[in-house]
Ligand binder design. Structure first.
Ligand code: GAP
Length: 427
């Protein structure tokens, strides 16, 4: 990784419109971020590639989009009300709070209070009267929305085991020590699959999902040497998990979680069946047996993946007089796929850019970029990771051709305007 990559990537993410500090005109809200135009495009692309990859499988994965606020019974049954806690300590001299395993190295142990458990769920109230019956929680994982819809999906889609249910959306955790930009925030997006299978096939599907998800990260362009799989010790396992392996990424500060693959057994369906009194079993027509299926859960972070992608694909290239900075997004992932640049601000060139844009924008993510010199515009497009730029110059008015510049090789070729759609469709 280039030196100082964390600061450089954060700076470009903020200055180029990927991620902004939330409430910035009021001085910001610590560890809260807004996604700007390019960040939204990139995040949407990652989410689309996630859905595309699971639609492409031999096994069926049904999509759902479930409520952030569910009945509090959900969190009682899932164990989150009782168990979703982190040990917290106070630094006596300053009153600062830390997660017990994330205390900065320069703080002395004797200056800390004894750890106490802190529930990470955000509590709020529903309706006009605030009392203990009105308490609800912002979901700390999208997974529970899937479990409580297991029977709905099974029935309406006539689902047959093995099958999965996928859910992407916001989750909320009142993290004691958020930080490292968008790596750990209190509001973030997850992409989760609960994959329902027969207990005898748990290990097979566990291995399947590790390989499947690793491949997905590789296809985003994250290099092999930045990914690894780490199995959890028994002591690390979440209250619902029989076994978990993390897909980890080599962040600038060291290895850290990107996605967790857990064997949740039948913990959740069992718990919801008991708590709700509704049957949540599966009837297997082949052997006429009824059982509560096991669950393998690939649980990834959408916003965390976005950060890993920025860190992985950032490159610097020394040119004669300057350093070129590039996000090497592949064509599918790039927020803007094609920049359309008039050589100058002359009306006749801008008109042609508009015409080209009108043809390409229904197929590709395009942008007309007019501000600054052509050299500076190329640098900006490199820095936001646009794989191709089309330049419209005065010859274009005569020969109906444009220059297409490749971000990575910086090579330019002359292409007829009428051939542009085919050219980009064949990439
Ligand atoms: N349903 C299981 C579950 O939620 P998790 O390991 O706690 O498992 C899954 O979360 C993924 O969600 C993590 O691997 C990470 O990518 C993302 N994630 C969790 N907490 C996060 C936070 N505070 N900020 C950003 N992403 C987070």
């Amino acid at each position: 990784m280039p030196e100082g990559i964390f600061d450089k990537v954060v700076k470009i993410a903020q200055s180029r419109g990927f991620v902004f500090n939330a409430s910035s005109i009021y001085g910001g809200l610590r560890s809260s971020y807004d996604y700007g135009p390019l960040g939204v495009l990139l995040k949407n692309n990652i989410a689309r590639l996630w859905w595309d990859s699971i639609n492409d499988l031999d096994v069926q994965i049904y999509p759902v989009d479930t409520a952030i606020i569910q009945s509090s019974e959900v969190w009682k049954a899932s164990g989150h009300l009782a168990e979703f806690t982190d040990p917290m300590v106070d630094h006596k001299p300053t009153g600062e709070r830390f997660r017990a395993d994330q205390v900065p190295e320069d703080i002395k142990k004797e200056d800390l209070t004894e750890p106490r458990q802190f529930n990470l769920m955000f509590e709020t109230n529903i309706g006009p009267v605030k009392n203990e019956n009105s308490a609800v929680y912002l979901r700390p994982e999208t997974a529970q929305g899937i479990f409580v819809n297991f029977e709905n999906v099974l029935r309406t889609m006539r689902a047959k085991i093995p099958f999965g249910i996928g859910n992407i959306g916001k989750s909320f955790r009142n993290e004691i020590t958020p930080g490292q930009f968008i790596f750990r925030t209190r509001e973030f997006e997850q992409m989760e699959i609960e994959f329902f299978c027969d207990e005898s096939e748990e290990d097979k599907w566990f291995d399947y999902w590790i390989e499947n998800r690793l491949n997905w990260y590789r296809n985003l362009g994250i290099p092999e040497n930045k990914l690894r799989v780490r199995d959890h010790d028994k002591s690390e396992l979440a209250h619902y998990a029989k076994k978990t392996s993390d897909i980890e990424f080599d962040y600038p500060w060291g290895w850290g979680e990107l996605e967790g693959i857990a064997n949740r057994g039948n913990f959740d369906l069992n718990a919801h069946q008991e708590n709700s009194g509704k049957e949540l079993s599966y009837f297997d027509p082949n052997n006429e047996l009824k059982y509560i299926p096991s669950v393998i859960e690939p649980a990834g972070g959408l916003t965390r993946t976005l950060f890993a992608v920025l860190l992985s694909l950032y490159e610097e290239e020394e040119l004669e007089k300057e350093t070129r900075t590039i996000f090497k997004f592949n064509f599918d992932l790039a927020p803007i796929q094609i920049g359309i640049l008039p050589l100058s601000k002359k009306d006749e060139l801008i008109t042609v850019c508009g015409e080209i844009n009108a043809t390409l924008r229904s197929m590709f993510r395009t942008e007309i970029d007019i501000t600054q010199s052509i050299g500076k515009r190329y640098r900006r497009q490199d820095e936001i990771g646009t794989p191709y730029c089309i330049t419209v110059d005065f010859d274009t008015l005569e020969d109906k051709s444009v220059t297409v510049r490749n971000r990575d090789t910086m090579q330019q070729e002359r292409i007829k305007i009428e051939d542009l759609s085919d050219y980009f469709n064949n990439i």
